[in-house]
Design a protein around this ligand. Structure first.
Ligand SMILES: Cc1ncc(COP(=O)(O)O)c(C=O)c1O
Length: 413
């Protein structure tokens, strides 16, 4: 699958640009399918898979996922609406987020949301009142924030002061109060404490911490869990030289401990929650070179897409030091006809932070050339300041088995 995609990739990218223009995001569902298969092969013995909608909320992708994935995790009323638009059964959806409000809780509870992932006592009381008014008993998971997260995660949501979930130190005080609320039923626990790790040992150690916290909390609450959600933390390579995770290595390392854990909680469905690992490498950001400037020894390719479309690739989405994303010139070096040169890549915005690459070695770029930035399937357009400087918004194209479809959601108003 991967090889076939590689061989035909530039053909599809060039065709997408010709048909729909640039800047554009192009998502390959065959690649998502093969990534899902790899996840199931490695972890399917223990885990069902839940897709975090925040990583790419395209309704067309959510629709494509409907018969292929087990669950969705949403983090807002807006994501709930998108999941419904894509035809997802509300019972298969969990709802996380640290600041849930009445206007988004009510429709989700009313529609029959699978699990509300409670992040605080405030939210529990609010949800209990809403469920009571609606005559429902809402199944809930409690999100716990462990007191430690191993080194090696790109972003960390626990192990220090954090807005997310109930700190394990406070669980003994807070959880019984939630358990006493009449219109909520605690059916399990949830932890998401770190994202974007490319270190198998850190991922295994984090899951070990989850298992310990789950075991202790279930025994303290006398809870027989029906569902336990593990925030995967599985990362993807973004930068040249980074290695993709070997999922089978992780499974081999942690497998015996997962077997023991599952035996301890035979009635619990274990779920792996993830976003970027599934969709990130299946997407490319396409931008066209508008102008080339030779400036004081640097060759600068100025493109029609920039940080307004792809904030992450510009290094301004939670990155301390800007590093180049993997990228290539669509069409390569034209069978050796183009020399490889260093380029700075900038976008259309009037700010020096609008930079998609520094000293990137690429076949010589000229006006009209197409550049593809990799790992763009997650945290793309919806994680970018699309309206900054009012350029046209990027289109979104989905390629399924060679068929191309315009799935652009955001209008150019
Ligand atoms: C609660 C929760 N679930 C899932 C995710 C998805 O993370 P990733 O896309 O790294 O898999 C995040 C990321 O921030 C999150 O906070």
């Amino acid at each position: 699958m991967l090889q076939r995609l590689d061989k035909t990739l530039d053909h599809h990218l060039a065709e997408a640009a010709a048909r729909y223009g640039t800047p554009a995001y192009v998502y390959f569902t065959d690649e998502i399918a093969s990534r899902l298969e790899a996840l199931r092969t490695a972890f399917g013995r223990w885990f069902a898979i839940s897709y975090a909608v925040k990583s790419n909320p395209s309704p067309a992708l959510l629709d494509w996922m409907r018969d292929r994935l087990d669950y969705l995790d949403i983090s807002s009323g807006g994501e709930f609406a998108l999941s419904q638009q894509a035809g997802w059964n509300p019972e298969l959806i969990s709802f996380t987020g640290p600041a849930k409000r009445e206007f988004e809780l009510r429709p989700a509870i009313q529609a029959g949301l699978g699990e509300l992932v409670l992040e605080s006592l405030r939210e529990a009381r609010l949800a209990d009142a809403i469920a009571g008014e609606l005559g429902r008993v809402q199944p809930v998971l409690i999100r716990l924030a462990p007191d430690r997260v191993p080194k090696g995660f790109g972003d960390q949501m626990a192990g220090r002061p954090s807005a997310f979930g109930v700190d394990v130190e406070d669980a003994a005080e807070i959880l019984p109060q939630i358990a006493a609320l009449p219109n909520l039923r605690i059916i399990g626990l949830h932890i998401y404490s770190g994202t974007q790790s490319l270190k198998p040992d850190a991922i295994c150690e984090n899951w070990r911490i989850f298992m310990q916290v789950f075991t202790e909390t279930c025994s303290a609450l006398d809870l027989r869990p029906e569902k336990l959600i593990f925030g995967s933390g599985l990362g993807i390579p973004y930068h040249p030289g980074e290695q993709a995770l070997d999922l089978s290595q992780i499974a081999a390392t942690i497998g015996p401990e997962l077997d023991d854990f599952r035996a301890r909680f035979p009635s619990a469905r274990l779920v792996l929650e993830l976003g970027r690992h599934l969709v990130g490498p299946a997407g490319y950001f396409l931008t066209r070179v508008v102008s080339v400037k030779q400036s004081r020894g640097s060759r600068i390719a100025i493109c029609d897409g920039g940080l307004n479309d792809n904030l992450a690739a510009s290094g301004n989405f939670g990155m301390v030091l800007r590093r180049n994303y993997v990228m290539h010139r669509v069409g390569g070096d034209q069978d050796g006809a183009l020399p490889v040169e260093k380029h700075d890549i900038s976008g259309p915005l009037c700010t020096s932070i609008d930079k998609l690459g520094g000293a990137v070695e690429l076949p010589r770029l000229d006006e009209g050339d197409l550049l593809a930035i990799h790992a763009a399937g997650a945290y793309g357009p919806t994680a970018s300041p699309l309206y900054f400087i009012s350029h046209p918004l990027p289109s979104e194209i989905m390629v399924t088995g060679g068929q191309m479809q315009d799935i652009t959601r955001l209008g150019n108003g």
